[in-house]
Design a protein around this ligand. Structure first.
Ligand code: EZ4
Ligand code: CO
Length: 405
């Protein structure tokens, strides 16, 4: 069996997605997600110019060899673009292997560790009351876990919440230049404790509450936040400070027992290694699309299991339904799985282009029994929605200093 062709698609049904289709000489094909939000065409060029020509004619069943060939063989290891390109190919090869074996991916990984995958929904509000109402409506829909993000009084736009009451991800799609947002740590601290104090009062003790700080705080401010929020029993606090310097998390750890989650921007097991083996975090948030595919996620999950770290894959809307499907398979298998981020099935066009039968009910996702990943990609349905240049926002302090978004 040989790889006959590899096609790379960039489409924008509301957001940009880079989709890889590996086609074999038997007609069996596999699909992968290679989307890097705001840098999509870099991955397309990397694949088309540097990866595809090397893979034509190879055995698509040799997943491990192809993964190592693309990783070690490039000389320039790691990095978001390289690892997303590897991920797109890797997912597609696992999809093919599942179709050949007539088995869903989770079966090939080792079978079910659980029946359903717990999801956490988003509640993004203009005010504390608004955020809690949105969380209540997610709970009413059956979600057992909700991430709370609230606009910061005195700042025009806050991460997770836009002034015009849209969710942050609805902004993207057709903007020529990166939008700019403001940040003030002092103003944030004036709001954040009340949000969780009120949420616990109104939503009760059962619901899992989460929060994403999006790397806005310094390590010592992170420690302060952890202590402030401890009484409200968060399931986890995400990206509390930047993690390029992984010792930052040790400092936070010395001061607070709040569970910490990190890793959505990590692109290899090496990025996670110290955080996991030092037990500086409780949840590792790598995504299949950004950390090198299923081959890499499996390795990270097993490594994390040795240190009591659970997986909690990134699930923002810039990960395509192909990645979501990969995550549901991984999460169904991974014994040390924690929770999956979930922002809904996407708009009508997204659902038409990427079809699958993953059932979401009562805050749980149920894996597809279809062979491979169980997602299809409708090239014709994608055609009317070509790629549009789009960026994530850039953050600045009130004095104009560029900050972490
Ligand atoms: O910033 O998906 O947990 N989710 C997040 C997202 C990410 C975007 C980046 O592309 O932090 O909002
Ligand atoms: Co995040």
């Amino acid at each position: 069996m040989k790889i006959r062709d590899i096609k790379v698609f960039a489409c924008c049904p509301g957001r940009n997605f880079v989709t890889v289709k590996v086609i074999t000489d038997t007609g069996v094909y596999g699909l992968g997600d290679a989307t890097v939000n705001g840098r999509e065409m870099a991955v397309v060029a990397y694949l088309e110019e540097h990866v595809v020509p090397c893979l034509i004619g190879r055995d698509p069943q040799a997943i491990e060899d192809i993964w190592q060939y693309l990783y070690k063989g490039a000389y320039w290891r790691r990095g978001p673009i390289t690892m997303a390109a590897i991920a797109g190919i890797d997912m597609a090869l696992w999809d093919i292997k599942g179709k050949l074996a007539d088995m869903p991916l989770y079966q090939m990984l080792g079978g079910k560790s659980r029946t359903g995958v717990t999801l956490y929904a988003h509640a993004n509000g203009e005010t504390i009351g608004d955020t809690i109402n949105k969380a209540q409506s997610q709970i009413n829909q059956g979600f057992k876990a909700v991430r709370l993000q609230c606009a910061v009084p005195g700042l025009e736009v806050t991460y997770g919440v836009l002034g015009d009451k849209k969710d942050y991800y609805e902004l993207q799609g057709n903007r020529p230049l990166p939008p700019e947002e403001q940040w003030s740590t002092a103003k944030y601290f004036n709001m954040i404790e009340e949000l969780f104090c009120e949420a616990r009062k109104q939503l009760g003790p059962e619901v899992k509450l989460l929060h994403d700080v999006h790397s806005r705080l310094t390590p010592i401010e992170s420690a302060r936040l952890g202590k402030l929020l401890e009484p409200y029993n968060l399931f986890f606090l995400e990206d509390v400070c930047i993690a390029e310097n992984q010792d930052n998390l040790q400092l936070v750890r010395q001061h607070t027992t709040i569970p910490l989650a990190i890793g959505e921007t990590y692109n290899s097991i090496w990025d996670c290694k110290e955080l996991i083996q030092n037990q500086s975090i409780d949840f590792i948030r790598t995504a299949a699309t950004h950390a090198g595919g299923i081959t890499a996620m499996r390795r990270i999950a097993d490594f994390a299991s040795l240190f009591n770290v659970q997986t909690a894959p990134h699930g923002a809307p810039d990960l395509s339904p192909i990645c979501f499907a990969a995550h549901i398979h991984l999460n169904t298998w991974t014994h040390n799985f924690g929770i999956q981020e979930y922002v809904g099935p996407g708009n009508e066009q997204v659902q038409k282009i990427f079809s699958h039968d993953i059932e979401v009910k009562d805050g749980l996702a149920f894996v597809s029994e279809a062979p491979g990943l169980g997602v299809d990609f409708d090239e014709l349905a994608a055609e009317p929605y070509p790629y549009k240049r789009s960026y994530l926002p850039v953050s600045r302090l009130e004095d104009g200093t560029v900050w972490n978004w």
